[in-house]
Design a protein around this ligand. Structure first.
Ligand code: G3P
Length: 216
């Protein structure tokens, strides 16, 4: 399973990129608004810093508008920008048109296996089931990831499943168990994934014991 960071904060992105584990970035208007930066500057810098795909959200309500936005984003680097298209009839129209143009898409705000099937049929590069938001309303968010992976494999679609709206490290473990191709993980959760109390105490004990070794 590849790891993306779900963030628009360039400091967080640079930091995780330096760990050598980062395969891409997902953003959304909420995350970009938290940076206080103009959208285009923010995304252009992320595209420069990161090797893998960078998802940026289209906000037009209709397919023509989404396609226009996508073409503009693709000018930054069409091999790296994936345009996030919200699930819906207009979104599906946009995805199928963009697939023919070779522009990567990430169908977002996905909450059911039927939506995964439709996005895959339309030619989405990525599909993003939102786990945390389903858990928030007492549905099993991971169930959609499991179904998505199974149906994509069964019907031999090329769409990759991004486990999104991840809230804690156990979500990442469950996404792996479900066979998600990618998990997009917020910075604080990535930091928690690194840590384990037994690692910390183990490092301290080895360090302390090293000091006791005679130097000659
Ligand atoms: O990648 C999707 C993510 O940005 C949504 O997360 O926590 O707002 O549900 P959240």
């Amino acid at each position: 399973m590849k790891i993306f960071i779900d963030s628009a904060d360039i400091k967080e992105i640079r930091d995780v990129a330096s760990w050598g584990i980062l395969a891409g970035v997902t953003t959304n208007p909420t995350l970009v608004s938290k940076t206080g930066r103009p959208l285009r500057d923010c995304i252009a810098e992320i595209v420069e810093v990161v090797e893998g795909p960078v998802s940026v959200e289209a906000i037009s309500p209709d397919a023509d508008g989404m396609v226009k936005e996508a073409r503009e984003w693709a000018e930054l680097d069409r091999n790296k920008v994936a345009v996030k298209i919200p699930m819906g009839v207009e979104g599906l129209k946009a995805v199928s048109r963009l697939a023919k143009e070779g522009i990567m898409t990430n169908v977002t705000l996905v909450f059911s296996p039927n939506q995964v099937l439709l996005a895959s049929r339309a030619g989405a590069t990525f599909v993003s089931p939102f786990i945390g938001r389903l858990d928030d309303i007492s549905h099993d968010g991971m169930e959609v990831v499991r179904d998505a992976v199974a149906l994509i494999e069964y019907y031999d679609f090329s769409t990759q499943v991004i486990a999104a709206s991840i809230r804690h490290p156990l979500h990442v473990v469950e996404a792996m168990r479900a066979g998600a191709h990618i998990a997009t993980v917020p910075y604080d959760v990535l930091v928690k994934m690194v840590r384990h109390p037994l690692t910390d105490t183990g490092i301290k004990k080895f360090y302390d014991d090293y000091q006791k070794i005679p130097k000659k």
